[in-house]
Design a protein around this ligand. Structure first.
Ligand code: NAD
Ligand code: TYD
Length: 350
């Protein structure tokens, strides 16, 4: 029997990881530990919330006493750590929130695990889910490998880089059984609509301006979230202690080309005249410190563990747009209240 705490399980990627583990491993106990910030939503897990091998615990990873008591009571064998503040624009407005959750929260989990698992490091595992943004920005060519030096530029990526360094330090100093993966931009269902793809789908659908930062020349490498969850599953079970894997689908898109593709898909699905949705594209002031290009080299993951993406970007985007069109209530719920206020502040003066 494995008992796994998955942190941030009510968020976008976390909910896909929790669903996958609950369904694929009925003999594991999955505890979803989440603070339920604006980004955490238990509606993301409605379909599995009554499964007997699943439980939700509300709590803050920064809270030392709470995390210690949780370890004492549950005696977990492993952690898959996804809880984080995750949006670059918010990190520019509120960097300290990112330091607290992403750095202090991660170190608190590491430290608690170090004490509770002492003598059992060979039977336990701390899996830290990170991002390609720690590597910084690429020029026109090249790719991030596991050997690329860290060079973060935003408070978000700096806080994730800090947390990665602590994870490695806990492996090298104390011998904790850690694994890190650094993944490229994800897209798919349950993605909070402050991020580019769900925001664009939502705005196009509602005939609202689609804000494109700068000239839209920045490049991101997009991966379907369920392929990320599958990679996490594989790495969790197979990776050597202390190892790192990059995860990505060789799928680079300039923001402007991606938005135009979404416009074409939505013109078709909403029965609009071709070219109608593109008129919504609105160029706005660029993000401060905006990284030009991310691209992941996931050769190690392919060669060592046999992982490759299961679907093409075109298939994934179709599925994703269909999901947002079919789940209007979910979108309405998460875009009411605080989201409206955030949207006003974020885009009013751009
Ligand atoms: P998200 O913002 O959708 O979800 C984060 C979750 O963490 C939420 O459920 C939130 O309630 C929870 N949380 C936040 N602070 C917490 C705290 N102090 N204590 C407990 N729970 C807390 O994020 P996401 O996009 O699903 O990203 C998940 C992880 O994957 C993050 O660590 C992120 O850095 C990493 N990542 C994301 C991407 C991407 O494209 N979204 C790519 C690579 C890596
Ligand atoms: P985002 O989804 O915030 O992910 P990240 O910054 O972590 O890569 O943004 C993806 C890209 O889209 C990034 O280059 C910034 C850009 N972007 C826009 O052009 N307009 C928007 O409204 C948003 C949210 C992002």
């Amino acid at each position: 029997m494995k008992k796994i705490i998955i942190t941030g399980g009510a968020g976008f990627i976390g909910s896909h990881v929790v669903r996958r583990f609950v369904k694929n491993y009925p003999h594991y106990h999955i505890i979803n530990l989440d603070k339920l910030t604006y980004a955490g939503n238990l509606a993301n897990l409605r379909d599995i919330e009554h499964n007997s091998n699943y439980r939700f615990v509300k709590g803050d990873i920064v809270d030392i006493e709470f995390i210690n008591k949780l370890f004492e009571a549950e005696k977990p064998d492993a952690i898959i750590h996804l809880a984080a503040e995750s949006h670059v624009d918010r990190s520019i407005s509120n960097p300290l929130d990112f330091v607290m959750t992403n750095v202090v929260g991660t170190v608190n989990l590491l430290n608690t695990a170090r004490h509770h698992w002492r003598g059992n490091y060979d039977k336990t595992r701390f899996y830290h889910v990170s991002t390609d943004e720690v590597y910084g920005s690429l020029g026109e060519t090249g790719m991030f490998t596991e050997q690329t030096a860290y060079d973060p530029h935003s408070p978000y990526s700096a806080s994730k880089a800090g947390s990665d360094h602590f994870v490695r330090a806990y492996h090298d100093t104390y011998g904790l059984n850690t694994v890190i993966s650094n993944c490229s931009n994800n897209y798919g269902s349950y993605h909070f609509p402050e991020k580019l793809i769900p925001l664009a789908i939502n705005n196009i659908k509602q005939n609202k301006p689609v804000p494109v930062y700068g000239k839209g020349e920045n490049v991101r490498d997009w991966l379907w979230v369920e392929d990320h969850a599958r990679a996490i599953d594989l790495i969790f079970h197979k990776a050597a202690a202390g190892s790192t894997y990059n995860i990505g689908g060789h799928n680079e898109w300039k923001n402007i080309d991606l938005i135009k593709l979404l416009c074409r898909i939505l013109d078709r699905k909403l029965g609009r005249v071709a070219g109608e949705s593109e008129k919504l594209i609105t160029f706005v002031t660029d993000r401060a410190g905006h990284d030009l290009r991310y691209a992941i080299d996931a050769t190690k993951l392919k060669q060592e563990l046999g992982w490759v993406p299961s679907i093409t970007f075109e298939e994934g985007l179709e599925k994703t747009v269909d999901w947002y069109l079919a789940n209007e209530d979910w979108l309405k719920d998460v875009t009411s209240g605080h989201y409206q206020q955030y949207y006003q502040e974020q885009y009013a003066n751009r």
